[in-house]
Design a protein around this ligand. Structure first.
Ligand SMILES: [Zn+2]
Length: 287
C-alpha cells in the first residue's frame, strides 16, 4: 500500500501544486479512525480503535483542551479524537461542500431515499453542504486511496456510502467488527501544529443485517445512517440515554440533544478550517 501510495503521490503533488498552489504547510497522515455501530442484539459494545473521551476527573492538558472536553461532556457528545492543545478537534472544513457517492445496488428499494433523508439531517445540524455525486460501482476497501484525479485535477476522494452483502462486510479487507452492522472510516490528516481535518470517508453498511421498518425502526437503514453520519461529521460514541451516538444507537431513531450539540460544534458554527490539509509535501505524498 505504501509503495502504491507513494507512486500515486508524485502525480498528486504535481497536480495539486498546479491547481491549488503550494505552501500549505507540512501535512502528516493521521491514523484512520474506524467506528462501528454494533447490532442491537450484540452482547456488549465492541471497543473502538478511537481514544475514549476523557472523563471529567482528568484535569490534564491545556486550559483549552479542558474547556472543550468540558463542553462535550456537559452537552452529551464525544469527538472522534481528543481536542488538541489549542482545543481544536478533528472535523471537516465546513465551508466547502462535501461530495459523496453511493453504492446501493443491493440495498432496499428505499436506500437512496434513506441516504438523502439522513444526509439532510446531518446537513441541517452541521450547516455543512453535501453534494450527491451519484451512484458508483466502487466497493469499499480498507486500502481505498484518499485522493482522486478528476477533470479538475487532483481532489480528495468523495465519501463512499456503500451497502454490501454480509459476506463482503465480514470478509477480508474491511474493518468490520464481528458484531457490527455498519462502520465509518474517516480519513483524517494532521498538520504539524496538531490541527486535524477529515477529508474523506467510507461509510459501510451490512445490507443483510439492517431491518426494513422505515425511519421509526432503529435497526433500519435511515437511523443506522444517522448514527454513521455522526461519525462521518466527527463524533464518537457516548453512553447517554436518548442519543443516537450510543454504540448500538440506543434504540433511538433521531438525533438527540447531545448529538445535535456535537454536530453543531463540528459544523459551520465554529468557522472554516483555515489551512486545508492538502498532501502536497507530506511523507505520504512526496514530491
Ligand atoms: Zn458507531
Amino acid at each position: 500500500m505504501l509503495a502504491a501510495s507513494n507512486r500515486l503521490a508524485g502525480a498528486i503533488a504535481f497536480g495539486l501544486a498546479l491547481t491549488l498552489g503550494a505552501g500549505l504547510g507540512a501535512v502528516a497522515r493521521g491514523d484512520h479512525v474506524v467506528v462501528h455501530r454494533v447490532g442491537a442484539s450484540a452482547p456488549a459494545p465492541t471497543p473502538s480503535a478511537t481514544p475514549k473521551p476523557t472523563p471529567t476527573a482528568d484535569r490534564s492538558g491545556t486550559v483549552s483542551q479542558q474547556r472543550v472536553r468540558h463542553i462535550a461532556e456537559r452537552e452529551g457528545f464525544a469527538f472522534l479524537r481528543p481536542p488538541g492543545r489549542n482545543g481544536e478537534v478533528s472535523r471537516w472544513d465546513p465551508c466547502v461542500p462535501i461530495h459523496y457517492v453511493v453504492d446501493v445496488e443491493i440495498g432496499p428499494p428505499t436506500a437512496a431515499a434513506d441516504i438523502a433523508w439522513a444526509i439532510a439531517q446531518v446537513s441541517k445540524a452541521t450547516g455543512m453542504r453535501f453534494v450527491d455525486d451519484g451512484t458508483t460501482a466502487e466497493q469499499p476497501d480498507d486500502r481505498r486511496k484518499d485522493v482522486r484525479h478528476t477533470k479538475s485535477g487532483w481532489r480528495w476522494a468523495p465519501v463512499l456510502i456503500a451497502l454490501v452483502p454480509d459476506s463482503v462486510f465480514h470478509g477480508k479487507g474491511l474493518h468490520a467488527d464481528k458484531d457490527s452492522l455498519a462502520y465509518t472510516d474517516p480519513a483524517i490528516y494532521s498538520d504539524e501544529a496538531g490541527d486535524a481535518e477529515i477529508v474523506t470517508a467510507q461509510v459501510v453498511v451490512d445490507a443483510d443485517d439492517i431491518t426494513d421498518g422505515g425511519h421509526e425502526d432503529p435497526g433500519a437503514l435511515g437511523p443506522t445512517l444517522l448514527h454513521e453520519f455522526g461519525h462521518l461529521a466527527g463524533l464518537d460514541h457516548v453512553h447517554r440515554s436518548g442519543e443516537i451516538m450510543q454504540p448500538d444507537g440506543g434504540g433511538v431513531v433521531s438525533y438527540g440533544p447531545g448529538d445535535l450539540a456535537g454536530l453543531h460544534y463540528v459544523g459551520r458554527a465554529h468557522g472554516c478550517v483555515a489551512d486545508a490539509a492538502l498532501p502536497t509535501d507530506s511523507d505520504d505524498f512526496p514530491r
